[in-house]
Write a protein that binds this ligand. Structure first.
Ligand code: ADP
Ligand code: ASP
Ligand code: MG
Length: 400
């Protein structure tokens, strides 16, 4: 019997009537002799609301408590969906990450899945048509609940598909992967196919439509990954191995990352010991930084980088600790910048892409403050207020 993993994101399960519609769709699928593993996110903006509530309690929450709280969001959705399915005669079993045996390692709020026990699934499918798994959560060796980082239900779905050897269909509120966020540029083109490589780069650079690690996992395990619109018959996007892309455009997409802080550290020392301590701490705390630029000379050192807004609380704790050893250290964290990136695997063989990007920004009087490039992308730090305008201009420039 065919087995598939399906994932429905927060906006697709935002209220009970939407969950009922999904249940009816799942019923149809099971009637075609399919066994379904269904991963769901928390309803609507529940995760944001839970985090907002915490702000009224403390500015220094501990990660274990936060993980415990956030897992309740997805637990609510699996319960409703299972209640509805069982009510319409489709035998289903809801599982929390813990029950599903999703073991994780690393920090409580950005854990990585280390293993999943599939025996339980085989056993449950003897008596159930649908197994519903709470996305975004697992448990660690100490038996504590953990979460996988924002958007982590995508990763749960792909990890389950990898463990069960099935395809993975991710359903959301847009009809696939577009050249850029269609909410910013409604004329954006939807791709029928995009390579793992380009999708990973798009996600890592801020295209929130798929969580980066989910694409990485799909790539590493050769999972057939589909992204489509919930309950729509419109065609979505297949994320495919790089060599399956027949046509390669120089530029595939533009990603805008507003969720970033720009950090600059200066110190009067030449920085050797300080830099060592900073990078050690960032590694320990699993803080991902990007666009690193470093200057060291006889007058001192300056280090700047970008990081996720969500890591700011941890960064401030690290810097406060470092100031005890390095009293001259100055720290500036600017939140009103954004990172705009142009992505395309064809860039490797094509010259002039970067200069077209810079000219577009300059001609439109959009200042850019820092630039980095990879083999298949060019990123610029700009003012956040210019982010959406720059996205539209670059899409027009590259006919995206
Ligand atoms: P879900 O809750 O289903 O996981 P997300 O909000 O995480 O949904 O992701 C879907 C959103 O991603 C879309 O509503 C869209 O605004 C945004 N998005 C950003 N970049 C892109 C892109 N290149 N293609 C499609 N959607 C994109
Ligand atoms: N509910 C979590 C979040 O909002 C996980 C997810 O939606 O994928 O980040
Ligand atoms: Mg998402």
């Amino acid at each position: 019997m065919k087995r598939s993993v399906l994932k429905f994101g927060g906006s697709s399960v935002a209220d009970l009537s939407k969950i009922k519609d999904i249940a009816n769709y799942l019923k149809e699928r099971t009637e075609n002799d399919e066994q379904l593993v269904v991963v769901v996110s928390a309803m609507g903006k529940t995760t944001d609301e839970l985090l907002e509530n915490v702000k009224h309690i403390t500015s220094t929450p501990n990660d274990q408590d936060l993980a415990m709280l956030l897992t309740t969001g997805e637990q609510q959705t699996i319960s409703y969906l299972s209640l509805i399915l069982n009510d319409i005669g489709i035998k289903s079993k809801p599982l929390t990450g813990y029950q599903a045996g999703i073991e994780t390692i690393g920090h409580h709020l950005k854990s990585k899945i280390s293993s999943i026990k599939t025996d339980l699934f085989n056993q449950l499918f003897l008596t159930n048509k649908v197994i519903i798994v709470a996305g975004f959560q697992g448990f660690n060796k100490e038996g504590e609940l953990t979460t996988l980082g924002r958007g982590g239900s995508d990763t749960t779905a792909v990890a389950l598909a990898a463990a069960l050897g099935s395809t993975c269909e991710i359903y959301t509120d847009v009809t696939g992967v577009y050249s850029t966020d269609p909410r910013i540029f409604p004329a954006a083109k939807r791709w029928d196919m995009i390579s793992y490589e380009e999708m990973m780069e798009m996600s890592a650079l801020g295209a929130g439509v798929l969580e980066t690690r989910s694409v990485e996992l799909a790539n590493n395990n050769g999972i057939h990954l589909y992204l489509g619109k919930t309950l729509s018959t419109e065609k979505g996007t297949w994320i495919v191995p790089n060599d399956q892309m027949l046509e390669r455009k120089a530029v595939t997409g533009v990603a805008l990352d507003k969720d970033m802080s720009h950090v600059t550290l200066t110190d009067s020392s030449n920085g050797e010991a300080l830099l060592n301590d900073i990078f050690k701490k960032l590694e320990q705390e699993e803080i991902n930084i990007d666009m690193i630029s470093q200057i060291r000379n006889i007058t001192g050192m300056q280090l700047s980088f970008t990081a996720k807004d969500s890591d700011e609380r941890q960064l401030i704790t690290i810097f406060n600790l470092l100031k005890e050893t390095y009293p001259d250290l100055t720290v500036s964290i600017v939140e009103d910048y954004a990172k705009i990136s142009v992505i395309g695997a064809g860039m490797r063989d094509m010259s002039g892409v970067a200069s077209r990007i810079f000219r577009t920004l300059i001609e439109s009087e959009i200042p850019y403050y820092q630039v980095t490039t990879s083999e298949i992308s060019v990123s610029c730090v700009i003012d956040e207020i210019n982010g959406e305008k720059a996205t539209r201009l670059l899409c027009q420039k590259f006919d995206l």
